[in-house]
Write a protein that binds this ligand. Structure first.
Ligand code: NAP
Length: 265
């Protein structure tokens, strides 16, 4: 078997939460290119339909399931729908999330609700999804979980408590799940992306780019191959690991302008 054959996901089914947009869509499309059938979830139908249209154009099956991943009942129903609809589940990508909760506030302005919203969207959701798939994975003696953290999960983020703390938690969730289920044939890995602002034109100059080691933003399609690798047989001896994909930003110790630490007081 060639090395490229080991990267194929033929016959596998991958569920990507938040798979209707951004990095989640890019991961779903890359896994479809590698041969997997895809399930995508999110709260809004329209973005999921767009991913479905592109996946099906690639000749793969694509199941949509609307679910709020902060609600464990909806998560359990989502996983049951995928297994019933596509016959199995091999790969879970815990991608849904984002930095919205409490945006623009300082620590003393954060409400209890802001805290819970940020942690629930970015960490509790991944725990719920990982728990919902574990019996199916253990019964089959095989399963892959890929969590999406962030550079802020490594280094923290100024005024970004819920997001950075939750994303740091994703790294530990990855390790704990990996250790707990390693002998059940279940692998858990994590991707920590740097700056992938898919709303920006990569060719437009921006002062923030100067703060990136690579001098450019991450391009959405660059996330997919890493996710395919981590899901594939080629990565079968990797578990518990977090892989940064940030153009050298963390290595360079250079932070995006909005979250760079400043001396205060
Ligand atoms: N882009 C970056 O620069 C970057 C950097 C580091 C890490 N990340 C992480 O990468 C992941 C994807 O980010 P993105 O930039 O691609 O953002 P995005 O385009 O806003 O995508 C987020 C997706 O998550 C879904 N989602 C959010 N909350 C949800 C909930 N409660 N239940 C179900 N689905 C939910 C959204 O769908 P609905 O709104 O329809 O529910 C959306 O499809 C996030 O975890 C983010 O923190 C991104």
């Amino acid at each position: 078997m060639s090395v490229l054959d080991r990267l194929r996901l033929d016959g596998k089914v991958a569920l990507v939460t938040g798979g209707g947009s951004g990095l989640g869509q890019a991961i779903a499309l890359a896994m479809a290119d590698a041969g997997a059938d895809i399930a995508v979830s999110g709260r809004r139908l329209e973005p999921l339909q767009e991913t479905q249209r592109i996946v099906e154009a690639k000749g793969r099956r694509c199941l949509l399931t609307q679910a709020d991943v902060t609600d464990s009942a909806q998560v359990n129903r989502m996983v049951a729908e995928v297994i019933a609809g596509l016959g199995r589940l091999d790969i879970l990508v815990n991608n849904a999330g984002g930095g919205g909760a409490g945006a623009g506030k300082t620590m003393t302005e954060f409400t209890d609700e802001d805290w819970h919203e940020g942690i629930n969207a970015n960490l509790t959701s991944a725990f719920f999804c990982s728990r919902a798939v574990v019996n199916h994975f253990a019964e089959r003696g095989s399963g892959r979980v890929i969590n999406i953290s962030s550079g802020q999960g490594y280094r923290g983020g100024r005024n970004n408590f819920m997001y950075a703390v939750a994303k740091g938690g994703m790294i530990q969730l990855t390790k704990t799940y990996a250790m707990t289920f390693a002998r059940n044939g279940i692998r858990s890995t994590c991707i920590a992306p740097g700056w992938f602002p898919h709303f920006m034109d990569p060719d437009q100059p921006s002062s923030r780019l100067e703060l990136q080691a690579a001098g450019r933003i991450g391009l959405t399609y660059e996330i997919g191959p890493l996710a395919v690798f981590l899901a594939s047989e080629a990565a079968d001896y990797m578990s518990g690991e977090t892989v940064l994909i940030d153009g050298g930003a963390i290595a360079g110790g250079i932070l995006p302008a909005t979250i760079v630490p400043v001396a205060e007081g």
